[in-house]
Write a protein that binds this ligand. Structure first.
Ligand SMILES: [Zn+2]
Length: 377
């Protein structure tokens, strides 16, 4: 297949080859993904239509001229599978619960339809998925009819014909199941789709439900991915897939209890530690500096103890966590103190009246020296 490139221009998407006779199907048209392939040896990464011409976003440079083109047929088949799956899935929701599909979007990872309802009951989702897969397994024919507009208006189409459609209309028929006007790619028999699987659904635009689905090889890939994850988890948790959820609930419950115990133990330990550290406190002027470098939970508990105590006047508590020092005091203006300290330790940070934080590349002694300099000046 050959194609003439009339122009190559630089855009914010990169280099773009323009042609008015392109066999490449553009991205987004009818909600569908576009073709990929090559023009000469240059890869096409995205395709769009503008003013009746086709714009091919290129991976490398190319001169205008005539080229041999190659279109990724396997991708096109996968697009056809998803597109036809969408017709069948939308028709299934319509037949089972009279739910209308308002829009369709095809993505690289999954496709979506927006249905005109919310909430969407789980049993309807399951029934529609079952019906769609029955139609696929029955391997019905998918037939393309090209008819005049007047004739199309007489047909029982799932979606009324848009006023924008002029002249002859392309109707896609899924044998004894669905009739829709559509310009995208479709399979010839429903069996080619393999399967359609709903992955998820969410509320959108206030009162609609967006249904995420996959079909064709993508459905197999998704299935493979999820089975792999489940198998790995099953090994890690040494339990069968059926009992996995119960096992995880037990682990989460245990974790919650342990975390509660851990917090209580940290607080108890911090109460003892506070007294001990106070005995060893370093005096700067009339201030006692209590310093702690260790577990975050204990540091947090120490800060809490200071906050709740009454007899802690003139105590400055410093808790080192990660690369930062938290400082707290009941009587000193901590924010003001930090402001004066910052240039001395080449750090950053700040704080309020009672608590603040300094991040500085300085050790315990460096910090105490800087404090001494600030307080005893
Ligand atoms: Zn279609």
């Amino acid at each position: 297949m050959r194609m003439k490139i009339e122009d190559v221009v630089k855009t914010e998407d990169g280099l773009v080859a323009i042609s008015s006779e392109s066999p490449f199907y553009p991205d987004g048209k009818g909600g569908q993904l576009g073709d990929r392939g090559r023009i000469g040896y240059v890869e096409v990464v995205r395709v769009y239509e503008k003013d009746g011409r086709t714009f091919h976003v290129l991976k490398d440079a190319l001169d205008p001229g005539e080229y041999e083109v190659w279109i990724d047929e396997e991708r096109r088949k996968e697009i056809a599978r998803h597109h036809t799956a969408q017709h069948i899935l939308s028709a299934s929701f319509m037949k089972i619960a009279n739910m209308k599909t308002l829009s369709f979007h095809m993505g690289e990872d999954f496709s979506t339809i927006d249905l005109d309802v919310h909430p969407l009951p789980e049993d309807i989702l399951k029934k529609a998925e079952d019906l769609a897969n029955d139609v696929i397994m029955e391997n019905r024919s998918v037939i393309e009819h090209i008819v005049e507009r007047e004739e199309a208006l007489k047909l029982p189409l799932r979606k009324p014909l848009s006023d924008k459609v002029k002249g002859r209309v392309r109707i896609i028929e899924v044998e004894d199941f669905d009739l829709s006007a559509c310009a995208g790619f479709h399979v010839r028999r429903t069996g080619e789709i393999g399967m359609v699987k709903i992955l998820n659904h969410e509320k959108v635009k206030g009162s609609l439900t967006r249904v995420h689905f996959v079909a064709g090889k993508r459905a197999l890939e998704e299935y493979r991915k999820r089975v792999d994850v489940l198998n790995r988890l099953s090994k890690k948790l040494t339990t069968s897939i059926d009992e996995m959820e119960m096992r995880i609930d037990i682990i989460l419950e245990d974790f919650k209890n342990l975390r509660g115990d851990f917090e209580k133990i940290s607080e108890e330990y911090a109460r003892f530690l506070f007294k001990k550290l106070k005995e060893r406190a370093e005096r700067i002027g009339n201030i006692e500096v209590i310093y702690y470098d260790g577990f975050k939970s204990v540091g947090d508990a120490l800060l809490k103890i200071l906050e709740r105590s009454n007899d802690v006047d003139n105590i400055l508590l410093i808790v080192k966590t990660g690369g930062s020092y938290q400082m707290a005091s009941q009587s000193l203006e901590v924010g003001k103190l930090i402001k004066e300290l910052l240039p001395k330790v080449k750090g950053r940070g700040g704080g309020g009246k009672k608590i603040g934080r300094i991040i500085a590349d300085v050790d315990h002694h460096g910090l105490i020296d800087a404090l001494r300099e600030t307080i005893e000046k």
